[in-house]
Design a binder for this molecule. Structure first.
Ligand SMILES: C=C(O[C@@H]1C=C(C(=O)O)C=C[C@H]1O)C(=O)O
Length: 360
């Protein structure tokens, strides 16, 4: 995919071309700090040890509001080729994790699975992105060329519609909007409202959520002079799900870390990883197929250090020929989790991508 796009309710950044590419955060952060380049865009992998896909673009344009594509094309037909892992295996993995959580080895861990899709004709990442943004009530969407991450990613794109803001830095101000805790939307308005209220009142979901806000407080505390983390979460929704969300705001100490450095400090939060940090990451590495860029971050950082990074969820990786795609979804597991509900939650979350692709 030539270029990068991050569409959010308030603002969109679209770039094209590439002056330079970086596989490592350090190299990109140094180029920005030296003001060799004015802007870096791209994606960070889920696993902090993996290669990043960062680009210093040739051109960049900010516009107000979400992206309004000129056309929302019909996409070629796709079919599910494989579920990786099979749903039964996901159930088994979640059950094993629940045992470990009950034994006190971990407090929270996110379990994810993927679906591999095949298309009859090439799917253009820009077309899929247009459909995703068009179908998102807040106009959220991101598209990243993964080529800078190395041979395994040449010509691949990561395309998604994430409702979750990892961080936004504007001068000394930093804002986060973590999500954790999920319930499905319902067609009937009363049932839908009741689902949201039940989520807001659910002790299990509040605990899942608190691990994320605790981690953000722990990471941002030392780099902020002021930090406001509301005591109770609020509700947000996409077309498919309700989530618990907490708007967090901080004032950064001088010298303030850049948005890219903040992304490195914060990622992966327990919204996609777990608690304790290292043990949950080890459990995910030992349990799952590599997540690649799913569960990572997508965004930008400029030479002043300002920028926006979203959590790379509700997304798919599109292969270079556009004929094969892989979509992922995961959910937070705690000691009180039930494997069947967790499998259903990943199915609902996969609906963002599968719906845009016309797969039921
Ligand atoms: C991991 C995903 O979503 C994350 C996990 C959530 C949860 O466990 O309730 C909610 C929102 C996201 O932070 C995903 O969509 O794949």
């Amino acid at each position: 995919m030539d270029g990068f796009l991050l569409s959010r309710a308030d603002r969109t950044l679209r770039t094209s071309g590439s002056r330079d590419q970086y596989r490592g955060i350090d190299a990109a952060a140094e180029a920005l700090a030296r003001r060799d380049v004015p802007l870096v865009v791209g994606a960070l992998p889920f696993d902090p040890c993996g290669p990043a896909a960062l680009t210093a673009p040739e051109t960049a344009v900010f516009t107000t509001g979400p992206w309004r594509p000129e056309a929302v094309p019909t996409l070629p037909a796709v079919r599910v080729a494989e579920r990786l892992p099979a749903p039964e295996e996901h159930l088994r993995r979640v059950a094993v994790l629940v045992d470990r959580l009950r034994a006190g080895e971990l407090d929270k861990v996110v379990a994810a699975r993927s679906v591999i899709l095949e298309a009859d004709h090439p799917i253009r990442p820009w077309s899929l992105l247009a459909r995703l943004v068009d179908g998102d009530p807040h106009g959220n969407g991101f598209g990243v060329d993964l080529t800078p991450a190395g041979d395994d990613y040449t010509g691949h794109a990561l395309v998604g519609a994430s409702p979750e803001l990892l961080l936004e830095r504007t001068g000394r101000e930093v804002r986060c909007f973590p999500l954790a805790g999920t319930a499905p939307r319902r067609a009937d308005p009363e049932a839908d409202h009741a689902e949201g209220q039940a989520l807001l009142a659910s002790a299990k979901n509040r605990i899942e959520h608190a691990y994320v806000t605790d981690r953000i407080r722990e990471v941002l505390g030392p780099v902020c002079t002021e930090l406001s983390v509301p005591d109770a979460p609020e509700l947000v929704s996409t077309r498919q799900v309700w989530h618990l969300a907490t708007p967090i705001r901080g004032l950064l100490r001088d010298p303030a870390p850049s948005a890219l450095e903040l992304a490195r400090l914060l990622h992966p939060t327990p919204a996609v990883g777990g608690t304790p940090f290292a043990a949950s990451l080890d459990a995910i590495r030992a349990t799952e197929e590599p997540r690649r860029f799913y569960g990572g971050a997508a965004g930008w950082c400029d030479a002043d250090g300002d920028g926006v990074w979203v959590v790379a969820i509700r997304c798919a990786e599109v292969d270079a020929d556009g004929l094969r795609l892989r979509a992922w979804a995961g959910g937070g597991i705690v000691a009180a989790s039930d494997p069947d509900s967790e499998l259903a939650e990943t199915t609902t979350k996969l609906g963002t991508l599968l719906g845009a692709l016309g797969v039921s």
